[in-house]
Design a protein around this ligand. Structure first.
Ligand code: ZN
Length: 405
């Protein structure tokens, strides 16, 4: 018996060892400040500790600072499994006040040797690279601090399938744009000391299943913001069990880690909409910034599921005509707010929903909280008892056209 247990445990460890998809955590806050923090939890403890202690530091510094108005903290990330052993994570912080200040921190960790890697561990001919980089920086930044430039370090770098990207200190280069300064170096031009796995794009097209609904039916659309997350699968199971459906407004940066759940989401008759890439407050961004947030999310959803969303829900519910003119998707707000993130209980969520619900309502939930999952069966059962049927937002918009004739 004891041996069987050990054997079972070893298999579990092997399986969980193979499956290294990180969990992506999102913290969103709209109180004194607008806060959107997104980062991966890899279950590689040294890496997770380094990332979370860095984020805690940034969060604390932001909260202790004395900004005017309603400042904004956006933390986004990139995540790359360079090969079976090496993970590269970057954490990008943007603080938006009357201007935007960006900074980046990167972590490269070898799970096997249990060490953080530096550029010396990645690139063989670093001397050659060093010479080329200094020449390039000097040609761009004639006023740069020469001490910084001559001793320039390569502490912060990321890798994707094409490039090694190295980040530099804009202040010391006397760059005045408050933007990140970086150089992209094609991987193919480097003598790399480690293998870099290049990903193939998987493009599976999925049919979008429609429910049969009559014009005179009493209907509601359940919508879920800020996912996908580890709770999304539970929500799908509940929707399926009660023969309901939902519309999920996804944050683009997490999409690639939940491919299977999202394909299941679509195949079970739910809908996916766009909720920006990093959950920034979009009315404060430039046209280019907004379009980047939207198109990156559209591309990710298309790449992972084969489906191209037509709906958009603005972050923090904030929009204006300028924002509308930048985004070629249907804006979807809500008329019933469960305030699940605030009341955190089934009773509270139930009372918020049933206070306002009527036929044609769009109800707002979030699929990154446990209490939303816990409340959902009660909400659905009561809606059904009151005679409501469930539609996606696109189906509801079609119905509303009929109602308005
Ligand atoms: Zn949101």
């Amino acid at each position: 018996m004891g041996r069987k247990f050990v054997f079972f445990l070893i298999i579990c460890l092997l399986i969980s060892g193979c499956e290294s998809e990180p969990e992506i955590l999102t913290e969103i806050e709209n109180k004194d400040a607008l806060v959107s923090i997104n980062y991966p939890v890899t279950e590689v403890s040294a890496l997770d500790e380094a990332i979370s202690s860095y984020i805690n530091k940034v969060r604390a510094e932001f909260k202790n600072s004395d900004y005017d108005g309603k400042p904004e903290l956006n933390i986004s990330y990139t995540y790359k499994e360079v090969n079976d052993e090496v993970i590269n994570v970057s954490i990008l912080t943007e603080i938006v006040t009357d201007k935007t200040v960006s900074k980046i921190k990167t972590f490269t960790y070898n799970k096997k040797s249990e060490k953080f890697l530096t550029m010396e561990d990645i690139v063989d001919d670093l001397d050659v690279l060093d010479y080329d980089i200094k020449k390039e920086l000097l040609s761009k930044y004639q006023d740069a601090d020469m001490d910084y430039l001559s001793n320039v370090s390569y502490d912060f770098f990321t890798m994707d399938d094409e490039n090694l990207t190295i980040y530099f200190n804009p202040t010391q280069l006397k760059d005045t744009n408050d933007e990140l300064v970086y150089l992209d170096i094609p991987l193919d031009s480097l003598n790399l000391l480690i293998d870099v796995d290049r990903e193939e794009n998987t493009n599976t097209y999925l049919n979008f299943k429609k429910n049969t609904i009559n014009e005179e039916d009493k209907v509601v659309a359940l919508t879920f913001d800020d996912g996908p997350s580890k709770y999304t699968k539970d929500i799908l199971d509940i929707l399926k069990k009660y023969d309901a459906c939902g519309t999920f407004f996804l944050i683009g940066n997490k999409v690639s880690f939940y491919g299977e759940v999202l394909r299941e989401m679509l195949s079970e008759g739910n809908e996916i909409g766009n909720h920006s890439y990093d959950h920034k407050y979009l009315t404060r961004l430039s046209e280019e910034g907004v379009k980047d947030e939207i198109s990156k999310t559209q591309d990710e959803i298309k790449r992972v599921t084969g489906y191209t969303p037509t709906l958009f829900r603005p972050t923090y519910g904030g929009y204006n005509n300028t924002l509308k003119s930048y985004i070629d998707l249907t804006f979807v707000l809500w008329d019933v707010d469960s305030r699940d993130w605030s009341v955190k209980s089934t009773e509270g969520i139930m009372s918020n929903v049933f206070k306002d619900v009527k036929s044609g309502s769009i109800i707002l939930f979030h699929d990154n909280h446990e209490y939303s999952v816990n409340a959902l069966p009660s909400v659905i059962k009561e809606l059904k008892k009151q005679g409501y049927k469930f539609v996606t937002v696109s189906e509801l918009l079609e119905l509303k056209k009929l109602w308005e004739r």
